[in-house]
Design a protein around this ligand. Sequence first.
Ligand code: GLU
Length: 483
Amino acid sequence: MEKQVRVRFAPSPTGYLHVGGLRTALYNFLFAKKHGGQFILRIEDTDQTRKVEGAVENLIDTLKWAGVEYDEGPNRDGGFGPYIQSQRLELYKRYAEQLIDSGKAYYCFCSPERLDEIRKKQTALKQTSSYDRHCRDLPVDEAKKRVAAGERHVIRMKVPLDGEMSFEDVIRGKVVISFNIIDDQVIIKSDGFPTYHLAVVVDDHLMGITHVIRGEEWLSSVPKHILLYRYFNWDLPVYVHLPLLLNPDKSKLSKRQGDVAVEDYRAKGYLKEAIVNFIAFLGWNPGDEREVFFMDQLIEEFSLERVSKSGAVFNVEKLNWLNQQHIKLKSSEELAQLVRPYLEKKGWTNVEEQYLQNVVNLMRERMVFPRDLAENGGYFFQDPESFDEAGIKKSWEPGSGERVKLFAERLTALDEFSHASIETALRKLSEELAVKPNKLIHPVRLAVSGKTGGPGLFEMMELLGKESVVRRLLYAVKKLQNM
Ligand code: GLU
């Protein structure tokens, strides 16, 4: 029988969720869901110097917002907890001691000053800095006595002095790394906390992780981890290292060239559907032309085999395009709900729900962000106070005022105020006046909305209603008559 899939996202809480972190979380989540497995969130907070208040809560909140919810993790115990490494210190200590007893690790008493000294010498000789293994062969009994006496120490794992190791990565294939570039890694620090390498191996094993899916930057750590698995005599997980995320200029994705925190995109009004869709495509594609995907479809179609080796470019234009596509696909209720806060910020409170839904249906094609309606479609919520200068120059000519006034009269007389009847009235009037319809259409749009562009004019007028339209037309005539 196949083992049940168990995967994890194991972030170090830095205070925000990096887009690369969301990609790792998402791929793990998709893989777990696709195979009916478990997705685990584990907090790797063993570096006490990098602790940030509220970071874990923020991380959990952002994952939840994106719909990447974990089956097991903080506050959701699946029997493998605790899921926060700083609450598991005893475990790491116990396993480290086990390695000492089996001769696979050793106590090291070298002072930071001594290590610094070595480093300086190596730098002067242009050598890569590494620990000189000074304490590697200390007799264990003697070392234990020094530890018991309270001497400051770390625990290091023994790395073979030569030879190499190879392993299979699902994405990268066979990877070979020689031992002589690997230091005797510290696995327990002098503050009693484990380092990443020990904690990740112990936890992945104890939590029954079957596939380790994470960013490519961890690839070079794998040999250290595999050594630990061998020392403990544990089965290896399957390794999957995801391609790097790149800036459009192909450099490694960095803050310098744009936002990297998911929260920043969220705050800008990107839809979670667009973010998830976009992030899913950073290194994966379905193998055909389709680009707009919802979470359910991603779960159905995702496969590690289709994850590419080469770096994935983080292209904000693509994200904007996807945001637009997902806005188009929203129900009118949902879209109204998304734009309402922005209207309220502008003081348009109490906008009637059905009216708002009609407005968003008319405007959705022209929106990239939910805020766009408040910014470009204010005329749906209040009469325009001013009129686009260039528009006045271009379309308000001698005679426009007269024509618009006549049109307002025709509209007043209409029994039914529908886009069809408005259009008929306009075309009829233009015929009678022997002018092209545009001689009416452009000034009317300007008068009603203050702008030169927007949604279909007649639909817009129908939605605004007769009273409002006629009032606006007459106001514009008065205001612009001397132009
Ligand atoms: N704590 C590591 C990180 O911050 C996890 C790496 C791994 O997934 O093994 O990304």
